[in-house]
Design a protein around this ligand. Structure first.
Ligand SMILES: Nc1ncnc2c1ncn2[C@@H]1O[C@H](COP(=O)(O)OP(=O)(O)OP(=O)(O)O)[C@@H](O)[C@H]1O
Ligand SMILES: [Mg+2]
Length: 460
């Protein structure tokens, strides 16, 4: 693959000379005659090495250097300085220059330096790749993450997977609860048996009991044949009770009995069926609050909460954002064509600042959308991200507090920002579903719709 070299030099003769020296098949060359021009080119292209004069009109070489370092992750910069500017050279090295060369220079010297800088960028890119591979080896199944919180979760998962103990996975929507449940099952002694998932909120309450425990023939109208429940299917394996916070209290009592006795009675039946099932449960609800509200049985909570695994929200493990984004880029990269190469540093910064109410799922959806919409072979720019992510209103409370400290704020505007923030979060959490968002906000649907119209807000 061609490397790209940016040459910034205001002296037309030297520029001509350098352009001819570096016109090689392995190089793609950009030329700039001023600092501003160089900075513009850095913004538009993925440049590997910059060779820049120190003294130029419109932004000197140091400005070009710091802009390149800020904008391009792996770029190396070589400065060309006149005699008597050693101080500048020292400062350049401090700012992260690869090297400097004093004028007049020999052509072979420049070529040598540029080639070494190109090698360095290549190595850096490879290093990132190697690092990602290493991460790949330490990850659990396909759970990506390098942050301290996720490492702690994974080490806990590794410790408890082998036991038969009941596990309760807690975390906001989209944090990877199901992924963790699968990792536990497939790393347990039960891995060669079934993992039977049951989404307690997706099955109507009146059907859930027979779904879980089965029923005998004639148990209720329409029960023409007997049916095996999911607990029986999961015999010797694992049952994953997803969204257990949504289960009705009478059913909760039955689950508690299975956990205590390892047996249950099918709907309409008289004989208990013994089972050997490991239970993993998950919820995004705060079960202690549910208990206080009388919606969740405390005894079941104690029984489930033997080993709780808390999955932190993505905004509390921002170190994982780049690796996850990279992982999803690979996952959604089109078979043919170039797809998206990566994220510009400022785009990644914006992603790290964003609050991610939908957590990893939201990030995955975003990357998928960016890949589909990409014009091919490009880098994701900050402006390619959804406007809601760039509004900086992610943390309006914190922002307002800062403004208060720094001289004061506009109260109405701060309140407005906060409202908008909550509405956007609710919409993102509900996948754009306005009914659900209204419910999350404790508002009437019509009230929310009116607010959306008045505030000119749209879904995610
Ligand atoms: N650490 C991770 N590495 C790779 N992919 C992840 C990770 N965490 C989550 N995902 C992916 O994000 C998506 C959401 O994860 P999952 O369904 O496990 O979340 P959840 O907590 O069960 O969400 P919900 O509460 O909405 O059911 C899935 O596609 C999953 O593969
Ligand atoms: Mg889930």
């Amino acid at each position: 693959m061609k490397k790209s070299l940016l040459i910034a030099e205001d002296d037309e003769h030297i520029l001509e000379l350098l352009l001819s020296v570096f016109s090689r098949p392995d190089l793609h060359i950009h030329a700039a005659r001023s600092g501003t021009e160089a900075i513009g080119l850095i913004d538009q292209h993925d440049i590997d090495v910059v060779l820049t004069d120190l003294v130029m009109p419109g932004g000197d070489g140091l400005a070009v250097l710091s802009h390149a370092k800020k904008t391009l992750g792996n770029c190396e910069v070589i400065l060309m300085t006149g005699y008597g500017t050693v101080e500048n050279a020292v400062q350049a090295m401090k700012l992260g220059a690869f090297h400097y060369i004093t004028k007049p220079f020999k052509v072979v010297e420049v070529v040598h330096l540029v080639d070494r800088a190109l090698e360095m960028t290549e190595m850096k890119k490879e290093n990132i790749h190697l690092k990602q591979q290493a991460i790949g080896r330490y990850r659990f199944e396909n759970i990506i993450g390098i942050s301290e919180p996720i490492r702690q979760v994974l080490s806990l998962v590794a410790k408890v997977a082998g036991s038969d103990s009941t596990i309760l996975i807690l975390g906001e929507s989209g944090t990877g609860k199901e992924l963790i449940a699968r990792a536990i099952h497939y790393n347990s002694n039960r891995a060669d048996r079934m993992l039977v998932p049951v989404n307690c909120s997706a099955i109507p309450a009146e059907l859930l009991e027979s779904e879980l425990f089965g029923h005998v023939r004639g148990a209720f109208t329409g029960a023409h044949i007997a049916r095996t429940g999911r607990f029986e299917t999961a015999h010797r394996g694992t049952i994953f009770l997803d969204e257990i916070g949504e289960m009705s209290p009478p059913l909760q009592a039955k689950i508690l009995r299975v956990l205590q006795k390892q047996s249950f009675t099918p709907v309409g039946g008289t004989k208990a069926v013994d089972v050997d099932v490991r239970v993993i449960a998950a919820t995004n609800k705060d079960l202690e609050k549910e208990i206080t509200a009388g919606r969740f049985r405390q005894d079941l909570y104690f029984r489930l909460n033997v080993i709780p695994i808390h999955l932190p929200p993505l905004r509390e493990r921002t170190d994982d954002i780049p690796v996850l984004a990279g992982h999803f880029l690979g996952k959604y990269a089109p078979e043919s064509g170039q797809g998206v190469q990566g994220f510009r540093p400022d785009a990644m910064e914006a992603m790290k600042r964003y609050a991610w109410p939908g957590n990893v799922r939201e990030l995955e959806n975003l990357v998928e959308r960016l890949v589909v919409l990409s014009r091919g072979g490009g880098w994701v720019e900050k402006n390619d991200l959804p406007p809601a992510m760039l509004r900086g209103g992610d943390r309006p409370g914190r922002e307002a507090a800062e403004k208060l400290r720094n001289g004061g704020l506009d109260f109405r505007k701060a309140r407005e920002d906060f409202e908008n923030h909550l509405i956007r979060q609710a919409l993102a959490l509900s996948g754009g579903n306005r009914n659900k968002a209204a419910a999350l906000l404790g508002l009437k649907r019509t009230t929310l719709l009116e607010m959306l119209k008045r505030k000119r807000l749209h879904g995610p």
